[in-house]
Design a protein around this ligand. Sequence first.
Ligand SMILES: O=C(O)CCC(=O)C(=O)O
Ligand SMILES: [Fe+2]
Length: 349
Amino acid sequence: MKDLDPSYIQAPEHRRDSNSIPNQPEEIRVIDLSRLDDPKDIQNVISEIGDACEKWGFFQVINHGVPLDARQRVEKTVKTFFDLPREEKIKVKRDEVNQVGYHDGEHTTNVRDWKEVFDMYFKNPVVIPSSTDPEDEGIRLVYNKWPQFPSDLREACEEYARHAEKLAFKLLELISLSLGLPKERFHDYFKEQMSFFRINRYPPCPRPDLALGVGHHKDPDVLGLLAQDEVGGLQVRRRSDGVWFPIRPVPNALVINLGNCMELWTNDKYWSAEHRVVVNTTRERYSIPFFLLPSHDVEVKPLEELVSPKNPPRYKGYKWGKFYASRNRSKFQNQDIETLQVDDLKVVT
Ligand SMILES: O=C(O)CCC(=O)C(=O)O
Ligand SMILES: [Fe+2]
């Protein structure tokens, strides 16, 4: 039996093999966005998105307008970066104050993830809440950290992120319409957006039965757009019964998933699904998520239009920046407790 550092060992109930995956996986919907060019089909696309958001909180899109060559450029340059010796990579290591750059020690809950990552904010510099002091409600400017080599990493990432952001807003409009709300209902929430772009590399792992690339979690954001390569490993938990399903890699597709903010805004009509990444013994895997995050001063609580006496608010709500900062703080300062989860904010009925 090959050795695995104990910090990576998942509790038995969270391991790859502890939750059965059906032999005939139900497919997560793949939606062709070029159908939006046909006025007669637009409403169908909107209803399919709404249905996927309700049942899964996940779907895939193809013909989405993010150019393949922009994505391939990121994949190529970032591989050059990850192949550098660790001493080089940690020159742009993230720290408690500035949580962008390289890191290889992320804990989703208490267990370490089998991966290394490179993070950057979409806006540079970005205005974010101060995250080190719980009493401090201040904000500060954070600058991305770029490595000297490869020198074209920055340009490749920035170009890709611009396309990803454009698509994220288009999807947000479609989601808004699917809820019967005006197309631009959410726009004002992103004046000082803290959107975040990440590149994950999952190396081959000697014990995929014990470790995970990313442990089970929900994303705290509004909406995520994820480019995954052909290796596979991402799994999502079905809302209706909690069974895990693989998200099949589809060439040049993007995986879209809703985060906690959307779940709260829609008062649980739409779902933010738990997901995780399983690893394997032979092939490294890359994924590139773009997380759409609101401005730090946005109140995240059920939208007035979506609550009624029959459907009262299920959440107390929170100020986004404060929630985000306390989540990051708990990750850094007390890794013995699970990080703050949005379900902790549910109104107990
Ligand atoms: O790599 C993946 O497929 C998913 C990564 C993920 O869930 C995350 O970074 O939040
Ligand atoms: Fe995630």
